[in-house]
Design a protein around this ligand. Sequence first.
Ligand SMILES: NC(=O)c1ccc[n+]([C@@H]2O[C@H](COP(=O)([O-])OP(=O)(O)OC[C@H]3O[C@@H](n4cnc5c(N)ncnc54)[C@H](O)[C@@H]3O)[C@@H](O)[C@H]2O)c1
Length: 254
Amino acid sequence: MDIKGQVAIVTGGASGLGEATAIELARLGAKVAIFDVNLEAAKRVAEQTNGIACQCDITNSESVEAALEKATQALGPARILMNVAGIGTAKRIVAKDGSAAPLEEFVRVINVNLIGVYNISRLFAAHCASLIPGEDGQRGVMIFTASVAAFDGQVGQQAYSASKGGLVSMTLPMARDLAQHGIRVCTIAPGLFATPLMKTLPEPVQESLAASIPFPSRLGKPSEFAELACHIVTNNHLNGEVIRLDGALRMAPR
Ligand SMILES: NC(=O)c1ccc[n+]([C@@H]2O[C@H](COP(=O)([O-])OP(=O)(O)OC[C@H]3O[C@@H](n4cnc5c(N)ncnc54)[C@H](O)[C@@H]3O)[C@@H](O)[C@H]2O)c1
């Protein structure tokens, strides 16, 4: 799909990998709607990308429907959905004091990273399925952001790994479901990227994380994630696939 002139939604577009994706989409000529719970930060990126900011909690159907309506009114119907919003956590299932991990924490992460992504994807897919198809009978494309933790999750990462593993497992059946509607679905599983979250870690920790990446031995640049996300949009034969973007990193247990 040609990105130029398309309307694209980027969840989590107010920060990190989502922000870089919004900037790259705008550079390639898309009209971008930033869907994020953080409206102030979303507005900052919207200004930079000449797009619009929509306050949106992906776990809440009314919030997603309102944001989709706002984006459609302002920019026209979207054919690209970049699912980048997500949260992280680390909790051992049995804590050092012997107590069991709180269930609420597991539920919270699954709710945002897996159920939230499914929620906006189902509403976007229904919206897209009603559009007139373009080249190759294509109506839309959506991308999930998983993590290498879906495959090699570390100590304490049960909730995060399960949520991202859910996205990996959902990719093919959703691509199969949506084939009849001309909508493609792919997933990127990033390794370690230099986003604001990562930059809050002490310098030595960042350096040791970077050293664990075989080549290139540095954190991924958000722009590299954005380039792959945009390539998936332009390459019509990529569908139902999960792509690791990690410099050959395989994470150790801790
Ligand atoms: N940074 C990395 O190294 C890395 C590695 C692997 C996977 N990922 C995944 O990439 C994605 C982006 O990571 P990042 O480092 O850029 O994070 P980030 O914290 O910089 O950005 C995430 C954005 O998502 C938004 N968000 C959170 N919950 C939301 C919700 N319910 N509805 C709408 N928006 C919500 C936040 O407000 C924030 O703007 C996440 O899904 C993360 O799990 C990141």
